[in-house]
Design a protein. Structure first.
Length: 186
């Protein structure tokens, strides 16, 4: 009788271990899927930037520094390996800042603002930025779920046995990006 009870306990522990392992695999796959979604959106943005830069360049030849900076930040962001979440987040943050400066420069040119091509590109970029934010939130949620499983008892035992690691969050590193803009009505 004791042997049967011990056998049942061992089988229950094995089944529990399998269930925990499968949950960790699922969580890791969701993180990878979410990162793939971010990567696709960032690639779309990188493909859109040359068109935006060329459109602005046609109107603002003397704003070469801003255009060069956007181009350099795009190249830097694309050079970061796809699996380097922290490096990619930093590079994409710099690219976002450069794009913000490019749009600010463009606002100074009424002819450019009136250009249908520029308006369409700007709208596409704004839409894409929103999609990147949604993808980032999804990725960070998947990373959070995996991290909870990797750190929580008893799933952390299985995670350590099979080499599951915490996922990095896709975060903004520049404190200036976190500052809330001031709104003043005069």
């Amino acid at each position: 009788m004791t042997g049967i009870v011990i056998g049942v306990i061992v089988v229950a522990l094995i089944l529990y271990g399998i269930a925990v392992y499968n949950g960790l695999v699922r969580a890791r796959q969701l993180v990878q899927e979410a990162w793939s979604g971010i990567d696709v959106q960032l690639k779309r943005r990188a493909d859109l930037i040359p068109n935006l830069v060329e459109t602005v360049r046609g109107y603002t030849d003397h704003e070469a520094n801003t255009l060069r900076e956007v181009t350099e930040m795009r190249a830097r962001a694309q050079a970061v390996p796809a699996d380097d979440v922290k490096g990619r987040a930093a590079a994409e943050g710099l690219l976002s800042q450069a794009l913000g400066r490019l749009i600010a420069v463009a606002e100074s040119y009424p002819d450019l603002k009136a250009s249908t091509n520029f308006s369409q590109l700007q709208t596409s970029l704004e839409t894409l930025e929103g999609e990147i934010q949604m993808s980032r939130r999804y990725y960070n949620g998947a990373a959070r779920d995996l991290n909870i499983k990797v750190e929580s008892v008893p799933s952390n035992i299985v995670a350590n046995m099979f080499g599951f690691e915490k996922a990095e969050y896709f975060e903004i590193d520049d404190p200036a990006d976190r500052i809330v803009p001031k709104v003043a009505f005069s």
